[in-house]
Design a protein around this ligand. Structure first.
Ligand code: SF4
Length: 361
């Protein structure tokens, strides 16, 4: 008689956050030995769903993550995990839990903010809550690999946005990038993560480029979630490379969490800022100054509508713009943005940068 093994593992879900869900999936499946519900790419419906049940005044990341959580519960998640984080993100979990309860959802809800005191003990409590039989050494190894994967994801993405605008064969960079993401989506061990990364890097570095002698270089800075999450910023970086620019974005999980502490960056921007002004404002200003000093042609500042810390960064960016003669385009996102409106602004900005470059050459 055939014995059917019942999969009694729980299905965990996390709100979409750019490509980092692939690393979270790895940690959940390989370290916590539970199932992970990897949501498909967000759509207009995700945003509408999040907006519909959010308070009007909430900043856009609240709405995007709530939309993801509702879709995750509808797709059968047993446990949904809300991000904790800097700024208001830390309070989102409690409010989103209430909203989901009021909507009648009864799944387990874990608010990461309650475990983010930075103590190892708290993380172990969390791991045991998610899987009472968790094997801690195995989990730690998976966390290490997951962090490595996040770094590789950031690295390959940076390579993509720096060069894909100049590919000699249309779609070649995109194809290599998509293949890499697929490999990270199914990776089951350290070796597969490392091999997928090395392969993608090698393929990308060997692809033929037709870079103009003076390519337009644009740096993206701004509020943490919206600057990184492509769906939230309406695929801003993709739009810029399609116009022909080389694009960099310093703000990513690797740079903000693993490489540079706020206190280490602040002395480098002391001519402009004396104090820590908010969650990732130091990273924003540091990156903008770095782009200006490296001779970039323009900066795009991205923030969610109503984001106070990044609003405070605007006058500082204006000072950098004045001192280094570098134009800055300010984009503020809510959940009701028109693609055409954004395209028009980006085209005008890119044309201006290109003309300025020709005149100054
Ligand atoms: S940084 Fe801005 S967008 Fe992010 S949680 Fe804070 S106010 Fe909201």
């Amino acid at each position: 008689m055939e014995i059917i093994k019942i999969d009694d593992r729980k299905k965990l879900a996390f709100p979409r956050f750019h490509h980092y869900n692939l690393a979270i999936r790895y940690i959940v499946e390989q370290g916590l030995e539970q199932n992970y519900l990897l949501l498909p790419e967000a759509t207009k419906e995700t945003t509408e769903l999040g907006s519909k049940y959010s308070p009007d005044y909430a900043c856009a990341p609240f709405k995007h993550t709530l939309g993801s959580l509702i879709e995750a519960v509808n797709a059968g998640a047993d446990i949904v995990i809300e991000t904790g984080g800097l700024c208001r993100l830390d309070y989102y979990g409690a409010l989103q839990r209430e909203i989901l309860r009021e909507l009648g959802y009864r799944c387990e809800f874990v608010n990461l903010a309650e475990y983010m005191g930075g103590k190892k003990k708290e993380m172990i409590w969390l791991a045991k809550r998610l899987n009472p039989k968790v094997n801690i050494p195995k989990l730690l190894a998976a966390v290490y690999d997951g962090v490595k994967m996040a770094e590789y994801l950031d690295d390959i993405e940076a390579l993509y946005y720096r060069n894909a605008g100049f590919e000699a064969q249309e779609g070649s960079y995109r194809k290599a990038y998509r293949q890499f993401l697929l490999e990270m989506q199914v990776a089951e061990n350290h070796g597969e993560i490392r091999d997928g990364y090395q392969k993608a890097k090698q393929i990308m570095e060997n692809l033929e480029l037709r870079r103009s002698q003076y390519p337009v270089r644009i740096g993206v800075v701004g509020e943490y979630f919206t600057a990184m999450d492509a769906h939230s910023n309406q695929y801003l970086q993709e739009k810029l490379i399609r116009l022909g620019a080389s694009v960099e974005r310093y703000l990513n999980v690797t740079n903000c969490h693993f490489r540079a502490k706020e206190s280490a960056l602040r002395p480098r921007i002391r001519d402009y800022v004396q104090f820590n002004m908010g969650p990732t404002t130091t990273w924003t200003i540091h990156a903008a100054l770095d782009y200006a000093k490296r001779g970039f042609d323009g900066i795009v500042h991205v923030k969610s509508f109503g984001c106070t810390p990044e609003l405070d960064a605007v006058p500082v960016l204006q000072n950098i713009s004045r001192d280094y003669h570098i134009p800055v385009l300010y984009l503020s996102y809510d959940t009701q943005n028109s693609d055409t409106g954004l395209d028009t602004r980006l085209e005008a900005f890119y044309d201006m940068l290109e003309r300025k470059k020709k005149v100054l050459r």
